[in-house]
Design a protein around this ligand. Structure first.
Ligand code: NAD
Length: 312
């Protein structure tokens, strides 16, 4: 396993990080015992970075991750979030950010988290994130309840703006650096490097588009993006490899994000995603993929308030 430093923090995180949203049934109803096995296997094999949120499974993911980790929590870097509680339920008020961490700590069976992240900030007035949520998160840091403070979301502009106007230690960006999109590299990476902000790359499989199974029914990408994903899977199959291996290795190889967070609830996926660290891509395949993707490259879906969207 390779470990990378997260920005200017003292955290060293595994390049393969464990995304715990599937533990909250976000993709499908899971086998809970198998989910625990997946967590144990990941820790055993050197995955030391785990990311969850009260939103995932409406607290189920935190609950299950906390139970699965047990005493092994001390061996890992644990990140959770606050502010998002349902599809359309957000609360970044000072009081809620304060109470949320206590609830998360109880479910996660720990007395601190390593990173406390403001979850999907594009859905709310950014001034509240700046005036209430982030200052309270720093207060919680001083109280020892979290070690570092981060923000997360899909549009890149608001992440950059908020991180420019307030001090944040890490930014979790999803679906903006993988085989389908790469604008994180131009829109966020140089800014983060200059500021010493740790970058975390989530959804390397584009929330399952870049897998043999394809997108889940609720996926917000356009039909065209999903169709291109299917063509990519077919192309990879023809070249004798699995699209998810190609997609993951592409993200591992990008040195500017400390960790690549993959959603996992199955031990076979943990094993496969670890093996992919040494995957060798067939010659010329990336070029063929790039050609297929070009018409839809960087086409993401709108989320959040209109004023928080990236200009198209
Ligand atoms: P992802 O792109 O990692 O895809 C996860 C899906 O792919 C799951 O259904 C999983 O079962 C499947 N999968 C994993 N490995 C596979 C393999 N080898 N072969 C086939 N299928 C495989 O999407 P994600 O889970 O949304 O993102 C990863 C993590 O990043 C999340 O769990 C979460 O922790 C974090 N995240 C955070 C935010 C945010 O803060 N706003 C947004 C997205 C993701």
């Amino acid at each position: 396993m390779e470990y990378r430093k997260l920005g200017r923090t003292d955290l060293e995180v595994s390049v393969l990080g464990y995304g715990a949203s599937p533990l909250g049934n976000e993709f499908e109803e899971i086998d809970v015992l198998e989910g625990e096995r997946a967590v144990h296997m990941a820790v055993d094999l050197g995955v030391n970075f785990f990311d969850t949120s009260p939103y995932y499974g409406r607290t189920l993911s935190e609950e299950r991750l906390g139970r699965a980790l047990g005493t092994r929590r001390k061996d890992i870097v644990l990140a959770t979030k606050c502010g998002r509680y349902d599809i359309d339920k957000f609360d970044f008020s000072a009081d809620r950010v304060r109470s949320s961490i206590n609830e998360s700590l109880r479910r996660l069976r720990t007395d601190y988290v390593d990173i406390y992240q403001m979850h999907d900030i594009e859905f709310v007035d950014r001034e509240q994130v700046l005036d209430e949520a982030l200052p309270v998160a720093r207060e919680l840091q001083r109280a020892g309840k979290c070690r570092y403070v981060g923000i997360t979301g899909l549009p890149l502009g608001i992440l950059r703006d908020v991180a420019d106007r307030a001090e944040v230690d890490s930014i979790l960006s999803y679906a903006r650096y993988n085989l389908m999109a790469d604008d994180l590299d131009t829109e966020l990476r140089p800014f983060c490097a200059e500021k010493g902000i740790g970058l975390i790359n989530a959804s390397p499989l584009h929330l399952r588009i870049l897998t043999e199974r394809g997108a889940p029914p609720w996926h917000l990408a356009s039909e065209e993006v999903k169709r291109v994903g299917e063509q990519m899977a077919l192309l990879c199959r023809d070249r004798g490899v699995d699209i998810s291996e190609v997609a993951l290795k592409f993200c591992y190889d990008y040195p500017h994000t400390a960790s690549v967070l993959v959603g996992m609830s199955k031990s076979r996926h943990v094993a496969q995603n670890l093996n992919t660290l040494t995957f060798e891509r067939p010659e010329g395949l990336l070029e063929q993929i790039r050609e297929l993707v070009e018409p839809v490259r960087n086409q993401v879906w709108p989320t959040g308030l209109p004023e928080n969207q990236d200009p198209q």
